[in-house]
Unconditional design. Structure first.
Ligand SMILES: CC(C)(COP(=O)(O)OP(=O)(O)OC[C@H]1O[C@@H](n2cnc3c(N)ncnc32)[C@H](O)[C@@H]1OP(=O)(O)O)[C@@H](O)C(=O)NCCC(=O)NCCS
Length: 156
């Protein structure tokens, strides 16, 4: 990360700025997606940080808190997306976005932060110290962090 780059939560009105990043990740980026983006960026159960460089959006992440388990009360959050523009990679931005998501999850009392990595991203997560479980999809290994301590239902 350079001194001009920073991580902050995305704003609902930033759809146009983040659209090229979402399109590179793939999927439907239509009007319905714009509405989902507006809802997600205003939802307390979601966290969508962006990496910005001056006025440019150069990366984003997205995680969702699924809430407490019915019987145990343990909260599980899932990291859905982590993306950095190709031209900006290997500069610490992915690490900073992941750290922000991890801190968000831990800060709200989540017990499990889970994600599945694309094959190409596995070395990145391994560089951060995480080892994926190849089940159930060997080509998309499953990762999980279990946070220590009493994580039962601090929010609701
Ligand atoms: C995965 C991704 C987010 C990493 O972003 P990044 O900004 O390049 O990551 P960083 O610069 O913080 O990398 C941290 C470390 O991992 C290493 N690393 C990153 N990507 C790597 C790769 N593909 N292979 C090997 N090492 C890699 C970096 O060199 C760096 O090592 P260092 O600490 O020795 O300098 C980025 O490559 C990306 O957007 N990929 C496409 C989307 C994707 O696959 N997302 C993950 C979905 S689960």
């Amino acid at each position: 990360m350079t001194s001009e780059q920073r991580i902050r939560p995305a704003k609902p009105e930033e759809w146009e700025a983040i659209l090229p990043l979402l399109q590179t990740m793939g999927g439907q980026c239509d009007e319905a997606a714009r509405q989902r983006f507006a809802r997600i960026t205003q939802s307390d159960d979601h966290y969508l940080p962006v990496a910005v460089d001056d006025s440019h959006h150069i990366g984003y992440g997205w995680a969702q808190d699924y809430g407490p388990h019915l019987r145990t009360g343990d909260r599980t959050a899932r990291l859905h997306d982590l993306f950095v523009l190709t031209s900006q990679r290997k500069g610490g931005i992915g690490t900073a976005l992941f750290a922000a998501i991890r801190a968000w999850a831990e800060g709200r009392g989540v017990r499990y932060l889970e994600w599945q990595a694309s094959h190409a991203a596995v070395p990145f997560y391994e560089r951060l110290g995480y080892t994926g479980d190849p089940c159930p999809q060997p080509e998309y290994p499953f990762f999980e962090i279990e946070f220590p301590g009493d994580c039962g239902e601090p929010l609701r």
